[in-house]
Design a protein around this ligand. Structure first.
Ligand code: SF4
Length: 332
């Protein structure tokens, strides 16, 4: 193969060919993804401010250091409504307009997030997006959070391989997909996404991850390299490859130019300039951490030595990529 066809890939075979691109072909793929982003978004990107409201989680996902069975998990914490509101004020003061409430999967986050969402909305004189990532919940809980003012929800399917999903998450893939369908039905702007490089994962199943997000009608999609974390059953497994992760971003962009696609902080764990390379592969979202500093290290997503992205880093990355923060205005 000497050239790649970078027009919108429609079939699994086309996606597979693009995911495998390396060298000059990979450069052409990423350039085509940037062009698709420009056509859909011009120079607009979205910067989110995340507040990690609790590190407690009832689930036991094999790849995640937040799993309930991790013997080395940091001391549990739950932010109070006032602590969440203080952090939201900091997000507003930083000039951001997307407040992202993230947590492990715990039933009590429904009431906690629901109680603060209207107060968060009152803090912002202009448009604000409240984005949630709180795991699987019932239809009634999702509906309650939507009624309280939540705009969007991220629930990554992690892997579309049903066998691997059951093995790693201890739940059927169908359960996750049912939740995603409920979220879309309730009018949430909905995000999903995959981990790249899980042990036992094939390139075919990564192509299925993109097709799943497309066929579901998601509005946002992510690809995060697998980072082996201490205290998990996968701690000795190799890190996910940056090339395949970047190609997942690029191919997702070509499949759906209008998607929001983050360049995740885990890319910066795999390679120092990894997040910039994510933007160069067609991503258009960055997340800045606004969890109170005393709790940041107790939220061990991507491992204890997680990379904390600050506003200055995000601004510098956007400037280098020729992008500008559009914030909550992407929700029309
Ligand atoms: S991936 Fe999410 S649901 Fe699974 S253990 Fe980690 S925090 Fe909990």
């Amino acid at each position: 193969m000497t050239t790649v066809d970078c027009s919108t890939p429609a079939s699994k075979a086309e996606i597979l060919e693009l995911l495998a691109a390396r060298g000059a072909e990979q450069g052409a793929l990423h350039a085509a993804a940037r062009e698709a982003r420009t056509q859909a978004w011009r120079d607009a990107a979205v910067v989110r401010g995340v507040i990690e409201i609790t590190n407690r989680c009832r689930a036991n996902c094999g790849y995640c250091p937040m799993r309930c069975g991790n013997p080395r998990k940091p001391a549990p914490y739950v932010l109070s409504p006032d602590q969440i509101l203080d952090a939201a004020r900091n997000i507003q003061a930083a000039g951001l307009s997307v407040v992202f409430l993230q947590a492990g999967e715990m039933p009590e986050t429904t009431r906690l997030a629901g109680s603060v969402i209207p107060r968060i909305k009152d803090l912002f004189p202009g448009r604000v997006e409240v984005l949630l990532c709180l795991g699987n919940k019932s239809r009634d809980e999702y509906a309650y959070l939507r009624d309280q003012g939540a705009d969007s929800y991220i629930l990554k399917h992690e892997t579309s391989d049903p066998v691997l999903h059951q093995e790693l998450r201890g739940q059927p893939l169908r359960e996750r997909l049912d939740c995603l369908e409920v979220l879309i039905g309730l009018g949430y702007k909905t995000g999903t996404g995959a981990i790249v490089g899980l042990p036992g994962q094939s390139l075919e199943s990564l192509a299925d991850d993109i097709l799943l997000a497309r066929d579901l009608g998601a509005h946002m999609v992510s690809a995060s390299p697998f980072i082996p974390a201490g205290g998990t059953p996968l701690e000795a497994c190799p890190t996910g490859g940056i090339h395949t992760t970047l190609n997942m971003i690029a191919v997702s962009r070509l499949c759906r130019p209008e998607w929001l696609i983050p360049t995740v902080s885990a890319l910066g764990r795999v390679e120092p300039d990894g997040q910039f390379r994510g933007l160069r592969a067609g991503a258009n979202v960055l997340t800045v951490n606004h969890t109170p500093p005393e709790f940041c290290r107790q939220y061990p997503i991507y491992g204890q030595d997680r990379r904390i992205v600050q506003l200055a880093n995000a601004r510098q990355l956007l400037e280098r990529a020729g992008l500008r923060n559009r914030g909550a205005r992407w929700i029309r």
